[in-house]
Ligand binder design. Structure first.
Ligand SMILES: C[S@@+](CC[C@H](N)C(=O)[O-])C[C@H]1O[C@@H](n2cnc3c(N)ncnc32)[C@H](O)[C@@H]1O
Length: 432
């Protein structure tokens, strides 16, 4: 029974299962006849090799057009915007008194009237009233997306000298601000990051590394522990996420650029290592992104792609499908192999309390690596991009998809909390 709980993809099962802490595909011997990758099972007692045998087909093709909430980059963009709003409302519930506000502002150290302050999501200016007690109003900017909220702020006498601006749809400061403090701790811890980066083989400080979808630089911080920052490039489509990376002292010497994972602005054969963590789930066409990983690597270079896995529990599967891309383990391997990579390996990852369970497809699920065996472009040729962000969107369909996607997102915020609680109560040694 334990073994069936430990399965990442619902159509794979272990022969003779014990409860592994860490599973790793090694050199899958994919030939036309045998499609069953071997795995290493690491237990305290010994390291054993077993064979995975699929119950049914190895991999069903996933149509690019399969509807899910985050279907293309524009929707990822809006998703971040709305998640930010929900977060703001959760953190700032109705009971927000002047005492609480002043108490909460103390650590902001508003000790100088000349400080330049931005109050982001300032709304009707309630918190700004607390700020201008200490800082000259002319140095304070209130930014909010709602003109109606801001109109209320404008009516307040102490705020007359404040700069009041509407943040438009492209201002996504909120998720970037809370990302490292709220989103990562539940799903993507430093331990997990270091575990997931281990197969990337960052063995030389002189390696040239690209971190694609590098966001706020959380994974890059793990990379620069092993590689000189001046050799590392962080690429992301979100300038707001990148702004957070720029603030991090250990990343000061990294090159930081905006760009698209599916169309990388690097020459063929540019990098020794390609790393991408927690970004593939937003890519409209993951095969295209992995093909790009192959192209930008030097001969013998290694790609390390870290991403979620498809859950096995029915409700988690439902929400995963509705939300974004949770690839199956076989899909990762297939995409790497089709792109031309050799020595493709898959290592399962998860938080300490995770106990190897794949039922909910926790956001960080596996680290897949492959080596580029020949110089030049990928042998895989793809047609033009399928994504069309300019096509008109039916507002009703958008609203329904938004509501379903937001519910799914909330579900996945709760999953780690639920799993952590379960870990506190279920006796150690038993799967959760
Ligand atoms: C979940 S965050 C992960 C950030 C970072 N790698 C980490 O480990 O914390 C996903 C990031 O992927 C970026 N992203 C999504 N689609 C992208 C694309 N097509 N090209 C580049 N970046 C993309 C998002 O902007 C976001 O910063």
């Amino acid at each position: 029974m334990a073994s069936s709980m430990l399965i990442g993809a619902d159509n794979l099962t272990l022969l003779k299962g014990s409860s592994p802490n860490q599973l790793r595909f090694i050199r899958p011997q994919y030939s036309h006849r045998t499609h069953f990758p071997q795995i290493i099972t690491q237990t305290r007692a010994a390291t054993r090799t077993k064979t995975l045998v699929p119950k049914c087909s190895i991999s069903a093709a996933r149509p690019v057009s399969q509807p899910r909430f985050i279907q293309h980059k524009k929707e990822a963009f809006w998703f971040y915007r709305f998640l930010s709003i929900a977060y703001d409302h959760v953190i700032n519930p109705g009971h927000w008194t002047e005492d609480m506000r002043d108490d909460a502002l103390k650590p902001a150290d508003l000790s100088d009237r000349g400080l330049v302050v931005v109050d982001v999501g300032g709304g009707t200016g309630f918190t700004t009233l607390g700020i201008v007690k200490d800082v000259d109003a002319k140095n304070v900017t209130i930014l909010d997306q709602s003109p109606h909220q801001l109109a209320k702020a404008k009516e307040k006498e102490p705020l007359t000298d404040c700069r009041i601006i509407e943040g438009d749809a492209e201002d996504l400061p909120f998720l970037s601000i809370v990302y490292d403090h709220v989103i990562n701790p539940g799903h993507w811890t430093e331990d997990m990051r270091d575990d997931a980066l281990e197969p990337a083989d960052l063995s030389d400080r002189g390696l040239v590394v690209v971190d694609v979808g590098g966001g706020t630089g959380f994974t890059t911080l793990g990379i620069v522990e092993h590689v000189d920052a001046k050799n590392v490039t962080i690429l992301d489509q979100s300038p707001h996420q990148l702004a957070k990376a720029k603030e991090k002292e250990p990343l000061k010497e990294c090159k930081i650029i905006e760009g698209d994972a599916e169309d990388l602005p690097f020459d063929t054969g540019y990098a020794d290592r390609y790393v991408s963590a927690g970004s593939i789930e937003y890519w409209p066409d993951p095969q295209r992104g992995i093909r790009e990983a192959y192209r930008v690597l030097k001969l013998g270079g290694k790609a390390c792609l870290i991403g979620p896995v498809y859950p096995t529990f029915w409700l988690s599967r439902f929400f995963a499908d509705a939300w974004m891309l949770f690839p199956k383990e076989e899909e990762y391997i297939e995409w790497f192999q089709k792109a031309g990579f050799k020595d493709v390996q898959l290592k399962r990852i998860g938080p300490k309390w995770y106990r190897g369970v794949r039922r909910h497809g926790l956001i960080m699920g596996c680290s897949v690596t492959g080596v580029k065996p020949a110089s030049g472009d990928s042998p895989l040729q793809l047609g033009p991009k399928a994504e069309d962000v300019s096509a008109p969107v039916n507002p009703l369909v958008f609203l329904l998809r938004f509501l379903l996607g937001a519910t799914a997102g909330m579900y996945y915020v709760l999953v780690p909390i639920y799993m952590w609680l379960k870990d506190q109560f279920v006796p150690k040694g038993q799967p959760i």
